[in-house]
Design a protein around this ligand. Structure first.
Ligand SMILES: *Cc1c(COP(=O)(O)O)cnc(C)c1O
Length: 394
Protein backbone atom coordinates (compact mmCIF):
# COMPACT_ATOMS: atom_id res chain seq x y z
CA UNK A 1 0.00 0.00 0.00
CA UNK A 2 1.41 3.38 -1.02
CA UNK A 3 1.24 6.13 1.61
CA UNK A 4 1.45 9.78 0.47
CA UNK A 5 3.67 12.26 2.32
CA UNK A 6 0.77 14.71 2.09
CA UNK A 7 -2.74 14.47 0.63
CA UNK A 8 -4.53 17.83 0.68
CA UNK A 9 -7.65 16.47 -1.05
CA UNK A 10 -8.65 14.74 2.21
CA UNK A 11 -8.59 18.09 4.00
CA UNK A 12 -10.58 19.88 1.31
CA UNK A 13 -13.59 17.54 1.06
CA UNK A 14 -15.24 18.33 4.43
CA UNK A 15 -14.76 22.13 4.15
CA UNK A 16 -15.52 22.47 0.44
CA UNK A 17 -18.88 24.26 0.88
CA UNK A 18 -17.54 26.91 3.25
CA UNK A 19 -14.58 27.65 1.00
CA UNK A 20 -16.59 27.86 -2.21
CA UNK A 21 -18.93 30.31 -0.47
CA UNK A 22 -15.95 32.54 0.43
CA UNK A 23 -14.57 32.37 -3.10
CA UNK A 24 -17.98 33.22 -4.54
CA UNK A 25 -18.25 36.27 -2.29
CA UNK A 26 -14.92 37.65 -3.49
CA UNK A 27 -15.64 36.94 -7.13
CA UNK A 28 -19.10 38.49 -6.89
CA UNK A 29 -17.69 41.62 -5.24
CA UNK A 30 -14.80 41.79 -7.77
CA UNK A 31 -12.68 43.23 -4.92
CA UNK A 32 -9.43 41.33 -5.49
CA UNK A 33 -6.79 43.69 -4.10
CA UNK A 34 -6.73 44.33 -0.32
CA UNK A 35 -10.10 45.50 1.07
CA UNK A 36 -12.57 43.92 3.45
CA UNK A 37 -11.59 40.22 3.15
CA UNK A 38 -7.94 41.02 3.77
CA UNK A 39 -8.73 43.20 6.77
CA UNK A 40 -11.03 40.53 8.23
CA UNK A 41 -8.33 37.87 7.80
CA UNK A 42 -5.69 40.08 9.42
CA UNK A 43 -7.99 40.77 12.38
CA UNK A 44 -8.70 37.04 12.79
CA UNK A 45 -4.98 36.20 12.71
CA UNK A 46 -4.11 38.93 15.23
CA UNK A 47 -6.72 37.47 17.55
CA UNK A 48 -5.66 33.87 16.94
CA UNK A 49 -1.94 34.48 17.48
CA UNK A 50 -2.32 37.05 20.24
CA UNK A 51 0.12 39.45 18.58
CA UNK A 52 -0.13 43.22 18.24
CA UNK A 53 -0.72 43.65 14.51
CA UNK A 54 -0.93 41.47 11.39
CA UNK A 55 -0.24 42.47 7.80
CA UNK A 56 -1.17 40.00 5.04
CA UNK A 57 1.55 39.42 2.45
CA UNK A 58 1.94 37.60 -0.87
CA UNK A 59 4.11 34.83 0.65
CA UNK A 60 6.18 33.99 3.70
CA UNK A 61 9.26 35.04 1.77
CA UNK A 62 7.75 38.41 0.90
CA UNK A 63 6.60 38.90 4.48
CA UNK A 64 10.19 38.42 5.63
CA UNK A 65 11.50 40.73 2.92
CA UNK A 66 8.96 43.40 3.90
CA UNK A 67 10.07 43.17 7.55
CA UNK A 68 13.76 43.52 6.64
CA UNK A 69 12.94 46.46 4.35
CA UNK A 70 10.74 48.10 7.01
CA UNK A 71 13.72 47.84 9.39
CA UNK A 72 15.87 49.49 6.70
CA UNK A 73 18.27 46.60 6.94
CA UNK A 74 20.95 46.58 4.25
CA UNK A 75 24.64 46.68 3.41
CA UNK A 76 26.78 47.03 6.54
CA UNK A 77 24.21 45.13 8.63
CA UNK A 78 24.23 41.50 9.76
CA UNK A 79 21.51 39.04 10.79
CA UNK A 80 22.15 35.93 12.88
CA UNK A 81 20.17 32.79 12.08
CA UNK A 82 20.24 29.01 11.74
CA UNK A 83 21.77 27.19 8.78
CA UNK A 84 19.20 24.39 9.09
CA UNK A 85 16.06 25.90 7.58
CA UNK A 86 14.30 26.60 4.32
CA UNK A 87 16.32 28.71 1.91
CA UNK A 88 14.20 31.88 2.16
CA UNK A 89 15.35 32.62 5.74
CA UNK A 90 18.85 33.50 4.51
CA UNK A 91 17.88 34.31 0.92
CA UNK A 92 15.96 37.42 2.03
CA UNK A 93 18.89 38.64 4.14
CA UNK A 94 21.13 38.33 1.09
CA UNK A 95 18.58 40.13 -1.10
CA UNK A 96 18.61 43.27 1.07
CA UNK A 97 22.42 43.25 0.94
CA UNK A 98 23.06 42.29 4.58
CA UNK A 99 25.41 39.60 5.94
CA UNK A 100 23.96 36.29 7.13
CA UNK A 101 25.81 34.91 10.16
CA UNK A 102 24.99 31.28 10.91
CA UNK A 103 24.95 29.74 14.38
CA UNK A 104 24.73 25.95 14.78
CA UNK A 105 21.66 24.06 15.96
CA UNK A 106 20.85 22.08 19.07
CA UNK A 107 21.02 18.42 18.00
CA UNK A 108 17.96 17.54 20.10
CA UNK A 109 15.48 20.24 19.00
CA UNK A 110 17.11 20.97 15.60
CA UNK A 111 16.51 24.67 16.37
CA UNK A 112 19.20 27.34 16.78
CA UNK A 113 21.28 26.60 19.87
CA UNK A 114 21.04 29.56 22.31
CA UNK A 115 24.34 28.57 23.94
CA UNK A 116 26.11 28.77 20.57
CA UNK A 117 24.29 32.03 19.89
CA UNK A 118 25.59 33.49 23.16
CA UNK A 119 29.08 32.27 22.33
CA UNK A 120 28.89 33.86 18.86
CA UNK A 121 27.67 37.23 20.13
CA UNK A 122 30.02 37.35 23.14
CA UNK A 123 33.18 35.83 21.72
CA UNK A 124 33.20 36.21 17.95
CA UNK A 125 31.47 39.58 17.63
CA UNK A 126 33.04 42.72 19.12
CA UNK A 127 31.66 46.13 20.08
CA UNK A 128 33.36 48.95 18.14
CA UNK A 129 34.41 52.33 19.60
CA UNK A 130 30.79 53.50 19.61
CA UNK A 131 29.63 50.34 21.37
CA UNK A 132 28.05 48.92 18.18
CA UNK A 133 28.31 45.13 18.03
CA UNK A 134 30.11 44.02 14.87
CA UNK A 135 30.64 40.63 13.26
CA UNK A 136 34.19 39.46 12.48
CA UNK A 137 33.53 40.83 8.95
CA UNK A 138 32.82 44.26 10.46
CA UNK A 139 29.05 44.43 9.90
CA UNK A 140 26.64 45.72 12.52
CA UNK A 141 24.63 42.94 14.16
CA UNK A 142 21.00 44.11 13.94
CA UNK A 143 18.72 41.10 14.26
CA UNK A 144 18.29 37.44 15.18
CA UNK A 145 15.97 35.21 13.16
CA UNK A 146 15.02 32.15 15.21
CA UNK A 147 13.21 29.59 13.04
CA UNK A 148 10.55 27.48 14.78
CA UNK A 149 11.50 24.50 12.66
CA UNK A 150 8.89 21.83 11.87
CA UNK A 151 6.48 23.55 14.29
CA UNK A 152 8.53 23.46 17.52
CA UNK A 153 9.23 26.83 19.10
CA UNK A 154 12.84 27.83 19.71
CA UNK A 155 14.15 28.38 23.22
CA UNK A 156 12.81 31.93 23.12
CA UNK A 157 13.45 33.03 26.72
CA UNK A 158 17.18 32.53 26.17
CA UNK A 159 17.12 34.15 22.72
CA UNK A 160 15.08 37.16 23.88
CA UNK A 161 17.44 37.67 26.83
CA UNK A 162 20.42 37.77 24.46
CA UNK A 163 18.57 40.14 22.10
CA UNK A 164 17.89 42.41 25.06
CA UNK A 165 21.50 42.25 26.25
CA UNK A 166 22.85 43.22 22.80
CA UNK A 167 19.99 45.49 21.65
CA UNK A 168 18.97 43.26 18.73
CA UNK A 169 15.64 42.92 16.96
CA UNK A 170 14.08 39.44 17.06
CA UNK A 171 12.27 38.34 13.89
CA UNK A 172 10.60 34.95 14.30
CA UNK A 173 10.43 32.68 11.27
CA UNK A 174 7.07 31.17 12.15
CA UNK A 175 6.45 29.88 8.60
CA UNK A 176 6.02 26.33 9.94
CA UNK A 177 4.57 27.19 13.34
CA UNK A 178 1.02 28.58 13.15
CA UNK A 179 -0.58 27.83 16.53
CA UNK A 180 2.57 26.47 18.20
CA UNK A 181 2.80 27.48 21.85
CA UNK A 182 5.82 28.39 23.95
CA UNK A 183 5.87 28.24 27.77
CA UNK A 184 7.64 31.55 28.37
CA UNK A 185 8.49 32.87 31.82
CA UNK A 186 5.61 35.34 31.25
CA UNK A 187 3.11 32.55 30.49
CA UNK A 188 2.00 30.69 27.38
CA UNK A 189 2.70 32.65 24.19
CA UNK A 190 2.14 31.60 20.58
CA UNK A 191 4.71 31.62 17.82
CA UNK A 192 4.41 34.97 16.09
CA UNK A 193 3.83 36.90 19.33
CA UNK A 194 7.23 36.25 20.91
CA UNK A 195 9.58 38.57 19.01
CA UNK A 196 9.52 42.12 17.65
CA UNK A 197 8.36 40.81 14.26
CA UNK A 198 7.37 37.44 12.85
CA UNK A 199 6.37 35.98 9.53
CA UNK A 200 4.09 33.11 8.55
CA UNK A 201 3.75 31.21 5.29
CA UNK A 202 0.46 29.88 3.92
CA UNK A 203 2.10 27.89 1.12
CA UNK A 204 -0.44 25.11 0.39
CA UNK A 205 1.59 22.43 2.21
CA UNK A 206 1.94 24.42 5.46
CA UNK A 207 -0.36 23.59 8.39
CA UNK A 208 -2.63 26.45 7.32
CA UNK A 209 -2.41 26.47 3.54
CA UNK A 210 -3.84 28.79 0.90
CA UNK A 211 -4.81 27.84 -2.66
CA UNK A 212 -1.58 29.33 -3.94
CA UNK A 213 1.05 31.52 -2.30
CA UNK A 214 0.25 33.70 0.70
CA UNK A 215 1.90 34.89 3.90
CA UNK A 216 1.62 37.27 6.82
CA UNK A 217 3.86 39.49 8.94
CA UNK A 218 3.17 40.28 12.59
CA UNK A 219 4.58 43.02 14.80
CA UNK A 220 4.12 44.75 18.15
CA UNK A 221 3.54 48.46 17.46
CA UNK A 222 1.30 50.48 15.14
CA UNK A 223 4.41 52.22 13.75
CA UNK A 224 5.87 48.86 12.73
CA UNK A 225 2.53 47.86 11.16
CA UNK A 226 2.39 51.14 9.20
CA UNK A 227 5.92 50.52 7.91
CA UNK A 228 4.98 46.97 6.86
CA UNK A 229 1.85 48.17 5.03
CA UNK A 230 3.97 50.79 3.29
CA UNK A 231 6.54 48.19 2.17
CA UNK A 232 3.73 45.91 0.98
CA UNK A 233 2.49 48.56 -1.44
CA UNK A 234 5.58 50.09 -3.09
CA UNK A 235 6.22 52.45 -0.18
CA UNK A 236 3.16 54.37 -1.28
CA UNK A 237 1.13 56.28 1.28
CA UNK A 238 -0.54 58.87 -0.88
CA UNK A 239 -1.29 57.42 -4.30
CA UNK A 240 1.70 57.73 -6.67
CA UNK A 241 3.88 59.54 -4.11
CA UNK A 242 6.77 57.41 -2.81
CA UNK A 243 8.94 58.33 0.21
CA UNK A 244 10.51 54.90 0.33
CA UNK A 245 10.97 51.97 -2.02
CA UNK A 246 8.83 48.94 -1.23
CA UNK A 247 7.44 46.16 -3.37
CA UNK A 248 4.20 44.45 -4.32
CA UNK A 249 3.88 42.10 -1.38
CA UNK A 250 0.07 42.20 -1.11
CA UNK A 251 -1.89 39.09 -0.15
CA UNK A 252 -4.70 38.30 -2.64
CA UNK A 253 -8.20 38.92 -1.30
CA UNK A 254 -9.13 35.46 -2.62
CA UNK A 255 -6.40 33.81 -0.57
CA UNK A 256 -7.34 35.83 2.51
CA UNK A 257 -10.97 34.70 2.16
CA UNK A 258 -9.99 31.04 1.71
CA UNK A 259 -7.64 31.23 4.70
CA UNK A 260 -10.38 32.82 6.83
CA UNK A 261 -12.57 29.78 6.14
CA UNK A 262 -9.73 27.39 7.03
CA UNK A 263 -8.43 29.19 10.13
CA UNK A 264 -11.09 27.84 12.55
CA UNK A 265 -9.87 24.31 11.75
CA UNK A 266 -6.15 24.78 12.26
CA UNK A 267 -6.27 23.87 15.97
CA UNK A 268 -7.98 20.53 15.30
CA UNK A 269 -5.61 19.82 12.39
CA UNK A 270 -2.57 20.52 14.56
CA UNK A 271 -4.02 18.24 17.25
CA UNK A 272 -4.45 15.54 14.59
CA UNK A 273 -0.78 15.86 13.68
CA UNK A 274 0.23 15.56 17.37
CA UNK A 275 -2.00 12.48 17.75
CA UNK A 276 -0.31 10.89 14.72
CA UNK A 277 3.12 11.65 16.19
CA UNK A 278 2.07 9.90 19.40
CA UNK A 279 0.87 6.88 17.39
CA UNK A 280 4.20 6.69 15.57
CA UNK A 281 6.07 6.88 18.88
CA UNK A 282 4.05 4.00 20.35
CA UNK A 283 4.35 1.90 17.21
CA UNK A 284 8.12 2.45 16.81
CA UNK A 285 8.65 1.50 20.42
CA UNK A 286 6.44 -1.58 20.15
CA UNK A 287 8.38 -2.62 17.04
CA UNK A 288 11.68 -2.32 18.92
CA UNK A 289 13.00 0.35 16.56
CA UNK A 290 14.19 2.94 19.07
CA UNK A 291 17.78 1.71 18.82
CA UNK A 292 17.79 2.73 15.14
CA UNK A 293 15.62 5.85 15.23
CA UNK A 294 15.69 9.08 17.25
CA UNK A 295 12.17 10.49 17.41
CA UNK A 296 11.38 14.23 17.43
CA UNK A 297 11.89 15.94 20.79
CA UNK A 298 8.93 17.64 22.50
CA UNK A 299 10.60 19.68 25.25
CA UNK A 300 7.47 21.67 26.18
CA UNK A 301 5.03 18.75 26.19
CA UNK A 302 4.40 18.89 29.93
CA UNK A 303 3.84 22.67 29.99
CA UNK A 304 1.70 23.70 26.99
CA UNK A 305 -0.96 22.00 24.86
CA UNK A 306 0.20 23.02 21.39
CA UNK A 307 3.78 22.14 22.28
CA UNK A 308 4.59 21.00 18.73
CA UNK A 309 2.43 21.33 15.64
CA UNK A 310 4.44 18.81 13.57
CA UNK A 311 4.49 20.65 10.29
CA UNK A 312 6.88 17.82 9.51
CA UNK A 313 7.54 14.65 11.51
CA UNK A 314 11.32 14.45 11.31
CA UNK A 315 13.39 11.73 12.89
CA UNK A 316 17.02 10.69 12.77
CA UNK A 317 17.57 7.30 11.21
CA UNK A 318 20.60 5.05 11.10
CA UNK A 319 21.74 4.31 7.52
CA UNK A 320 19.45 7.15 6.41
CA UNK A 321 20.22 7.08 2.69
CA UNK A 322 19.58 3.35 2.42
CA UNK A 323 16.33 3.84 4.32
CA UNK A 324 15.25 6.54 1.83
CA UNK A 325 15.73 4.10 -1.04
CA UNK A 326 13.79 1.42 0.86
CA UNK A 327 10.90 3.83 1.53
CA UNK A 328 10.82 4.87 -2.14
CA UNK A 329 10.77 1.24 -3.24
CA UNK A 330 7.75 0.56 -1.02
CA UNK A 331 5.78 3.66 -1.97
CA UNK A 332 6.12 5.39 1.39
CA UNK A 333 6.08 9.16 0.96
CA UNK A 334 9.03 10.86 2.62
CA UNK A 335 11.16 13.97 2.39
CA UNK A 336 14.52 15.32 3.50
CA UNK A 337 14.28 18.74 5.15
CA UNK A 338 16.93 19.85 4.34
CA UNK A 339 19.65 17.94 2.49
CA UNK A 340 22.16 20.83 2.31
CA UNK A 341 22.47 23.26 5.23
CA UNK A 342 22.47 26.86 4.06
CA UNK A 343 26.12 27.57 4.92
CA UNK A 344 27.05 24.84 2.40
CA UNK A 345 24.87 26.17 -0.44
CA UNK A 346 26.80 27.20 -3.51
CA UNK A 347 25.22 30.66 -3.63
CA UNK A 348 26.48 31.37 -0.08
CA UNK A 349 30.06 30.20 -0.71
CA UNK A 350 31.08 33.87 -0.57
CA UNK A 351 30.23 33.88 3.15
CA UNK A 352 33.29 31.67 3.64
CA UNK A 353 31.93 28.75 5.69
CA UNK A 354 33.71 25.43 5.34
CA UNK A 355 32.51 21.87 5.80
CA UNK A 356 32.66 21.07 9.51
CA UNK A 357 32.08 24.68 10.62
CA UNK A 358 28.52 23.95 11.81
CA UNK A 359 28.70 20.23 12.49
CA UNK A 360 25.27 19.67 14.06
CA UNK A 361 23.44 21.20 11.08
CA UNK A 362 25.55 19.07 8.74
CA UNK A 363 24.85 15.93 10.76
CA UNK A 364 21.09 16.64 10.84
CA UNK A 365 21.08 17.12 7.06
CA UNK A 366 22.72 13.72 6.66
CA UNK A 367 20.69 11.79 9.23
CA UNK A 368 17.07 12.98 9.16
CA UNK A 369 13.99 11.94 7.24
CA UNK A 370 10.40 13.25 7.29
CA UNK A 371 7.50 10.78 7.31
CA UNK A 372 3.79 11.34 6.50
CA UNK A 373 2.09 13.16 9.41
CA UNK A 374 -0.85 15.09 7.90
CA UNK A 375 -3.95 15.05 10.13
CA UNK A 376 -6.11 12.88 7.85
CA UNK A 377 -3.50 10.09 7.74
CA UNK A 378 -5.21 6.76 8.52
CA UNK A 379 -4.15 4.37 11.28
CA UNK A 380 -3.65 1.67 8.64
CA UNK A 381 -1.24 3.99 6.83
CA UNK A 382 0.76 4.68 10.00
CA UNK A 383 0.94 0.93 10.57
CA UNK A 384 2.18 0.45 7.00
CA UNK A 385 4.93 3.09 7.39
CA UNK A 386 6.12 1.47 10.61
CA UNK A 387 5.97 -2.00 9.06
CA UNK A 388 8.08 -0.97 6.07
CA UNK A 389 10.67 0.71 8.32
CA UNK A 390 10.67 -2.30 10.61
CA UNK A 391 11.38 -4.62 7.67
CA UNK A 392 14.37 -2.42 6.75
CA UNK A 393 16.09 -2.73 10.13
CA UNK A 394 15.22 -6.35 10.78
C1 LIG B 1 7.82 27.94 3.80
C2 LIG B 1 8.91 28.63 4.52
C3 LIG B 1 9.31 29.95 4.23
C4 LIG B 1 8.85 30.72 3.03
O1 LIG B 1 7.49 30.80 2.86
P1 LIG B 1 6.86 30.95 1.38
O2 LIG B 1 5.43 31.25 1.66
O3 LIG B 1 7.05 29.64 0.67
O4 LIG B 1 7.54 32.05 0.70
C5 LIG B 1 10.26 30.55 5.03
N1 LIG B 1 10.82 29.89 6.06
C6 LIG B 1 10.50 28.62 6.36
C7 LIG B 1 11.16 27.96 7.52
C8 LIG B 1 9.55 27.94 5.58
O5 LIG B 1 9.25 26.68 5.88
Amino acid sequence: MAVPLLDLTRQYEPIREAILREIDEVVTSQQFILGRKVEAFEAALTEHIGCGYSVGMSSGTDAQLAILMAMDLGPGDAVVTTPYTFFATAGCVHRVGAETAFVDIDPVTLNINPMKLAEYLREQCRPDGDGILRTPKGNRVRAIIPVHLFGLCCDMDAILALACEFGLTVIEDAAQAIGAEYPSEAGTIQAGALGDFAYFSFFPAKNLGAFGDAGLATCCTSEQADALRLMRNHGMEQRYYHHRVGGNFRIDALQAAILSAKLPHVGEWNAGRRANAAKYADAFEAAGLLEFLTLPATPFADRVTEHHIFHQYVLRAQRRDDLLAHLAKHGIGHGVYYPVPLHRQECFAYLGYQEGDLPEAERAAAETVALPIFPELRDSEIAEVVEVISAFYR
